[in-house]
Structure formats: C-alpha cells, structure tokens
Design a binder for this molecule. Structure first.
Ligand code: RB5
Length: 142
C-alpha cells in the first residue's frame, strides 16, 4: 500500500500519480488534500509519514509546491527517511543507499512526465542492504 498526500500546490500532480500507480496495480491510500483550496502542508505530510512509520503503508509519496515543506515535516517523524528528488539518479540512490521510505516532489519544480519517472524509479529500486549503508542509516536515528 502506497500512502500519498499533498497540499494545494501538489494537488494536481497527486491526481496524476494516483492514476499512474493504479494503472500499475499499486494500492494507494490518499490522505488528501482533496481540493485545490489553500491548506497547510504539515497536516498531510504528518498523516502520510505516520502511516508509513506505523507500518500501515509500505512507502509514502508527498507533494507540495517545492517538495521542501513536506520533506521537512515528514523527517520529524521517527523512522521516516524522506527524500526530495528532482531527478531519477537521486531517486535510485536514495533507495539503494538511504532506504528512503518517503519520496517528496515539488510540483512547481518538477514537471509531471519526469515526476512519474521519479516515482517509478523510487518504487522499483530495492535497498542495497549493504552493511555500510545499514550502519549509516542506523546513525541517523542515534
Ligand atoms: C504553498 O504555497 C507552498 O508554500 C507549499 O506548497 C510548499 O512549497 C512548502 O514548502
């Protein structure tokens, strides 16, 4: 199950990502926002991050205008490793090296075509499992 959420800045892209993921047969839980009305990104970032941290969802995707606010918020939740990605190299590397469990995107920065490729790269890349990366990840939460 993929948890997804956005503020108004990411609302349109969220819809495109949900349709894309459903076409790929992923189950998706949409934590809102559900309209284009102006809203506060931490509300949605916390809901998605908590669902992932609690194990209710396998991974999370968060979108705001820049991807920065939702990333800052999600990373406050223990167990969350949220990565703001604007390219596929970063999306692949953060899965391989950081075992990132939340992807954040900036809808005003990254166009929808690239955003869908970043989503696919993120979800299709496993964690490397390398000892040095396990050690470094454990140091994040020390
Ligand atoms: C909303 O205008 C904007 O501040 C928000 O989407 C996001 O970019 C915050 O980091």
């Amino acid at each position: 199950m993929i948890a997804i959420g956005s503020d108004h800045g990411g609302f349109a892209l969220k819809g495109e990502i949900i349709a894309h993921l459903q076409k790929r047969s992923f189950e998706v839980k949409d934590f809102g926002t559900y309209t284009e009305a102006s809203c506060d990104y931490p509300v949605y970032a916390k809901a998605v991050a908590k669902a992932v941290a609690a194990g209710e969802c396998d991974k999370g995707i968060l979108i705001c205008g820049t991807g920065i606010g939702v990333s800052m918020t999600a990373n406050k939740i223990r167990g969350i490793r949220a990565a703001l990605c604007g390219d596929c190299f970063s999306a692949e590397a953060t899965r391989l090296h950081n075992d990132a469990n939340v992807l954040t995107l900036g809808a005003r920065v990254t166009g929808p075509g690239l955003a869908l490729k970043i989503v696919d790269t993120f979800l299709d890349t496993p964690f490397s499992g390398d000892e040095r990366h396990i050690r470094r990840i454990s140091q994040i939460e020390d």
